[in-house]
Design a protein around this ligand. Structure first.
Ligand SMILES: NC(=O)c1ccc[n+]([C@@H]2O[C@H](COP(=O)([O-])OP(=O)(O)OC[C@H]3O[C@@H](n4cnc5c(N)ncnc54)[C@H](OP(=O)(O)O)[C@@H]3O)[C@@H](O)[C@H]2O)c1
Length: 310
């Protein structure tokens, strides 16, 4: 078990992303994915009120599907549940009233009385951080939320938020959720990583499989059919993407595991990283994610991936 930064929550080191639910996975398959993930020992779920506004199900469908699963399976207390505020249609930004309205709507869809980890989905420079954190602090005091996280924050803005919490005596962000994986390294490593390390936060990187690219199913001249094809295939456009795949192929073959498991294991062992977030559209896609919960790479394997992804 691993502690989520400065919170009192413990999780296994892989978070199941759920923006697939109601988008690329129907409700029945989403429930099978949830059952398989939790029954194999997974315990950390990531959703958002906006998931998936771009799909037929619309905003809120991912939370609704998870809420129905809690009601059907009785497994609410087996997971640390994270959702987000700030990007749902009509509830954009982090104004205090938006936060208050959004959390109640999320709790209702999720059919639960608390959100374990509540993320600001994106920074909102139009609202003073003391007001944002004041609203979040009220939710913690009321027991609606157990811990807070910041997503898509720069290092400077995260630092300011942490200082604001200390100065004002308000609940503070315990974790950061930014874009970070083997083909998206420089932004996080050169900016927010120092703040996360210095303040003892946990990094929970999203798109840990680079939208599917790091499963190895996109190769030069051979693109997988997927709703995410454009987002994943772009990593073939420079030489680094294929170089990373070649390094992953080598480690995966030597260890007898899938490429995706190696990519997630690399990320899990980066300084500051607690639990990568990855999605599975089907139960068939889950095994490599579950392998990553346990897979330990050698220093040589980590170094080979580090060189290839530089
Ligand atoms: N905070 C934020 O702003 C933010 C932004 C983005 C995402 N997120 C979170 O991070 C989660 C994960 O990120 P992501 O959705 O960008 O995707 P990802 O985890 O990088 O990639 C997941 C996708 O890869 C494919 N895949 C997974 N396992 C596979 C396997 N074994 N074999 C073949 N294909 C496989 C599936 O797509 P297909 O089968 O459809 O190709 C799956 O949906 C999201 O669900 C969400 O919770 C947060």
């Amino acid at each position: 078990m691993t502690r989520i930064g400065t919170s009192e929550l413990d999780v296994r080191p892989l978070c199941l992303g759920t923006n697939t639910f109601g988008w690329t996975s129907d409700e029945a398959e989403s429930h099978r994915v949830l059952d398989a993930f939790v029954d194999a020992g997974g315990d950390f779920l990531d959703t958002a009120d906006v998931y998936s506004a771009w799909s037929q199900g619309g905003a809120g469908i991912s939370e609704t599907i998870i809420g129905n699963w809690f009601a059907r399976s009785g497994k609410r207390d087996r997971v640390v549940l994270a959702t987000k505020v700030g990007k749902a249609p009509g509830l954009e930004g982090l104004a205090p009233q938006t936060i208050r309205t959004a959390v109640d709507a999320s709790l209702q869809r999720l059919q639960t009385d608390r959100v374990d980890l509540y993320w600001a989905h994106a920074d909102d420079e139009a609202v003073p951080q003391a007001e944002v954190l004041g609203a979040f602090d009220e939710l913690v005091t009321a027991g609606k939320v157990r811990a807070l996280g910041a997503s898509n924050f720069t290092g400077r803005r995260l630092q300011e938020a942490l200082e604001t919490s200390r100065r004002e005596g308000l609940a503070s962000y315990a974790a950061l959720q930014n874009h970070y994986n083997l083909v998206e390294r420089s932004e996080y490593e050169s900016d927010a990583a120092d703040v996360v390390a210095a303040d003892g936060l946990a990094m929970v990187p999203y798109s840990a499989l680079a939208s599917g690219f790091l499963t190895g199913k996109y190769r030069p001249g051979q693109l997988a059919e997927s709703q995410r094809q454009a987002g994943a295939a772009k990593y073939l456009e420079d030489e680094r993407g294929p170089r990373v795949l070649a390094a992953l192929d080598e480690v995966a073959a030597a260890r007898g595991v899938d490429v995706a498991a190696v990519a997630l294991a690399w990320l899990r062992h980066q300084p500051t990283v607690l639990a990568p977030i990855a999605s599975a559209r089907t139960t068939g896609q889950l095994p490599p994610l579950l392998t990553a919960l346990e897979l330990e790479l050698t220093d040589e394997e980590q170094a080979a991936l580090e060189r290839a992804s530089r």
